[in-house]
Design a protein around this ligand. Structure first.
Ligand code: CA
Ligand code: CA
Ligand code: CA
Length: 306
C-alpha cells in the first residue's frame, strides 16, 4: 500500500505511532488508512463523467472537475462503519459553475428496507431538498434492500436518511466539512455524529469513457465514519452500494461499486436504473474486523445483520 506522498515525514511518523498504539487507527480525512486492508471493490470501467485533472483545480484537495469511483474500502471497528470511496467528487468550478455531482451511499444493515427507492422518503439534500426523493425508482441487486442513505456533494454538504419499508422516517441535512480531519460536519443537524471528509486531489484512476479501465491504486476520495447506532446497531456484516449522480438532475452515471461491465455508459434517470439487471454485484459486504478482501461470499452472508 502506498503512503500518500503529500504527507510530511513528521505527519507520517505520527500516523504510524497512532496505528501502533491502537488508537485512532482510521482518520476521517479522505485518505486511505492501513487498517482498511485491501479494497473490497475496484472500478473496472471508465467514467461517464469527466476525468479529473488536479492541475486545473484552484484547490485540488477540495475541488475536482471530474467524478469517478475508483475503489471501495470498508471496515467495522469499535462500533463504527468506516467507508472510503477513492476517486473524485466533481464540481466544476468554484468560479464558473458548469456541473456538480454527488456520491450516494446506500446501506443495507437490517432486514426489510427498500429494494426500489420510494418517492416519499425524507426531503433532504441540495437543490431544494429533493436529493433523496429525486432518486426514486432506482432498484438494487436482488439481495439488496437499502435501510439508510448517506449522500454528499461539493464542500462535503451531506445528508442522511433512513429508508423505511413504508417511506417517511427520519432524515437530516448533516452540514458541511471543508477542513478535512476529523470529519466533523457543521452547519446542519448530525444527531448520530456521522463524520465525512474529502481529499479530491486524485489525478489517476480511470479516465473518461465507457470502456474497460482500472481504478486500482487510488488512495484518496470521500471517507465516512458512521456509528453503528445510526444504522440500527448491526452486530454482523452490512452491505453497501455506492454510486454517483448529477447533483441537480439526479441522472446516474456509470460509476458504481461494485462496478458494472465495461461498455456501460451513463445510466440516466433513476427510475430506469435496475442494478439487478447488470451482471455482477453493484454492492459490497463489509464485516466486523478482520474483513476478508474477497472469497467466500456465502460465509459472510451467513453472518449478515446478526
Ligand atoms: Ca483516512
Ligand atoms: Ca435491508
Ligand atoms: Ca481519473
Amino acid at each position: 500500500m502506498r503512503s500518500p506522498v503529500r504527507l510530511a515525514p513528521l505527519l507520517l511518523l505520527a500516523a504510524v505511532t497512532l496505528a501502533r498504539s491502537g488508537s485512532a487507527a482510521i482518520t476521517v480525512d479522505g485518505r486511505l488508512d492501513p487498517d482498511y486492508g485491501a479494497a473490497l471493490a475496484t472500478q473496472s470501467l471508465e467514467t461517464s463523467f469527466e476525468d479529473a485533472n488536479p492541475a486545473f483545480s484552484p484547490d485540488p484537495v477540495r475541488y475536482a472537475d471530474g467524478t469517478e469511483l475508483d475503489a471501495l474500502y470498508g471496515a467495522i471497528t469499535d462500533g463504527v462503519l468506516h467507508v472510503l470511496v477513492s476517486g473524485n467528487l466533481g464540481f466544476c468550478c468554484p468560479t464558473a459553475y458548469a456541473h456538480q455531482e454527488e456520491f450516494d451511499l446506500f446501506i443495507d444493515s437490517r432486514p426489510g428496507g427498500q429494494h426500489t427507492l420510494r418517492a416519499d422518503n425524507p426531503a433532504v439534500g441540495w437543490f431544494g431538498g429533493n436529493t433523496l426523493n429525486g432518486l426514486a425508482g432506482l432498484s438494487f441487486d436482488a439481495v439488496f434492500a437499502a435501510d439508510y442513505w448517506l449522500g454528499c456533494t461539493v464542500n462535503m454538504a451531506s445528508a442522511f436518511a433512513e429508508l423505511l419499508p413504508d417511506g417517511g422516517g427520519a432524515g437530516y441535512d448533516l452540514g458541511y466539512n471543508v477542513t478535512g480531519a476529523p470529519g466533523t460536519l457543521t452547519g446542519g443537524t448530525d444527531p448520530a455524529g456521522i463524520l465525512a471528509a474529502l481529499d479530491d486531489s486524485n489525478g489517476a484512476g480511470v479516465t473518461a469513457g465507457c470502456a474497460s479501465a482500472s481504478g486500482a491504486g487510488v488512495t484518496t476520495g470521500v471517507e465516512w465514519a458512521i456509528p453503528l447506532a445510526a444504522i440500527g446497531d448491526p452486530t454482523g456484516c452490512v452491505q453497501v452500494c455506492v454510486l454517483a449522480a448529477d447533483a441537480e438532475t439526479h441522472a446516474i452515471g456509470n460509476q458504481t461499486l461494485g462496478p458494472s461491465e465495461p461498455g456501460n455508459c451513463a445510466f440516466g434517470a433513476p427510475a430506469g436504473v435496475n442494478l439487478a439487471n447488470l451482471p455482477g454485484n453493484q454492492y459490497v459486504i463489509i464485516c466486523p474486523a478482520p474483513t476478508p478482501a474477497s472469497g467466500s461470499t456465502w460465509g459472510r452472508i451467513k453472518t449478515l445483520y446478526r
